[in-house]
Design a protein around this ligand. Sequence first.
Ligand code: GAP
Length: 534
Amino acid sequence: MQMEQLVALCKRRGFLFQSSEIYGGIQGFWDYGPLGVELKRNIREAWWHDMVTAHNELLAPAAAPGPFAMVGLDCAIIMHPQVWKVSGHYDLFHDYMVDCRESKGRYRLDQVVGRWVEYQDQRIFVTSYQSEDASDEMQQRALKFFNLRGKHKDQLKWDEELISLDKLDDTSSVLAPDAKQLGTLTEPREFNLMFESHTGAIRDDANKVFLRPETAQGIFVNFKNVLDSTRVKVPFGVAQIGKSFRNEITPRNFTFRSREFEQMEIEFFCRPDASQQWYQYWRDRRYQWYVNLGLAGERLRLRDHDPDELSHYSTGTADIEYAFPFLAEGEFGELEGVAHRGDFDLRSHMEGKLDPATRPLEVEKDENGQPRWRGSGENLSYFDDETRERFTPHVIEPSAGADRATLAFLCEAYVEDEQPDEKGKMQKRTLMRFHPRLAPIKAAVFPLVKKDGMPEKAQEIYGQLKQRFNTFYDAKGAVGRRYRRQDEAGTPFCVTVDGQTLQDDTVTIRDRDTLEQWRVGSDEVVQQITERLG
Ligand code: GAP
């Protein structure tokens, strides 16, 4: 499947629209249309149901080290600014940017790639920005720079290796992505990804606040509130679904990298000596969740980080990744990270921001020997009644993106095939093969024709189904076209009222994937479809 086909379908059928499209759109922001909003809600609801409400804290789930409790939170998007100083986002949550003095373009340092090329006795570094395969573009730019024609391309001596700009110490021989001269890039500068705003009427630094860049911190700062207001005991998890905001320098790849997006995060608090087992449990369980909802196969993978990718305090992180169609062959994009965060977050919020480079972790100090960013001073340790021990729980964090999950389910669902129409002629069909739990519309009801009491009967069945789940009524056009519209929306079942219905009160149910059709009594429709939705 080509990404353009999916993007076109998403717009045509109302899954996704660019935000503020009538004004030319705004980069990095997306609106979910009537079908998209149902799909994303179903994903969020499946996550919340499977992780929180359906969790039985009396039993140990398969492969879990023991039973545990799960509760939820819904925290404010704007939090006390100290939260972000202590969490490290204020100091560390940035990308390095370079500006081009010639083209006035601004580029993320690690996304400018290039190769060294030599002609006669001059060696320059030709760059490209964010291209998956930039060889042709680089060749054209090098030829132009050296004032050569295409037929002289063999006179250019290229280094094989493609390197990102952040690996270079000196940029004086760099031909920037949109420049004609060398050495036009500025020194790299930090650019914080947090969106800023102000509370109250006065716009000064004292009133500066940030839109949260992750939902996780709301959970950490409420750790004590959850303990004091519920009967949960370690081990337990706290889940939250909500919007996060990052002023991404280069939002791209449809909704994959957006500036406003939704996260589904769990902070799981456990004893330090059991944390490795819990890490393994969550890593495997979260992978299986995507498999169960239809992301099976070689496009989904679980990748453990190499030791040099890990933060100093983390003893394990694994990414659940999907081979999105906009990526080059063999590349995967992150859907969810499952991280062992140790006691970094709770201790930072107690004692002051810890220095991630220290071991054992120590509070980061300023030039006066005082904590660089003060913690809350609240005691966020835990007293275990059974063992009579006090400790700071360790945290396992499965952190998923609802929009990336939605995009992956959309990509996976898209199928094109050929099926015979009513006259037996093969017709191209696009279908969205969503898992029934995720399908935006669960069933559609059609009267075969708009007469002989068929609409009345179809509307009666529609009313019954609508009480249970999202159902669509359609009486317009040839029935074959109505089926195809529902295939494109990903509706798993279509119910048709026809001439026979009026004689024996049976209707047909058609399965989107197998195209099997079978007759059932009209009073059995709700039960049959409910059972098949799983
Ligand atoms: N609390 C940990 C945390 O926020 P992260 O890897 O930065 O970790 C977690 O983000 C998940 O949030 C990612 O795996 C991804 O699914 C989603 N996410 C992050 N940045 C995103 C963006 N700009 N657009 C869409 N989703 C994003």
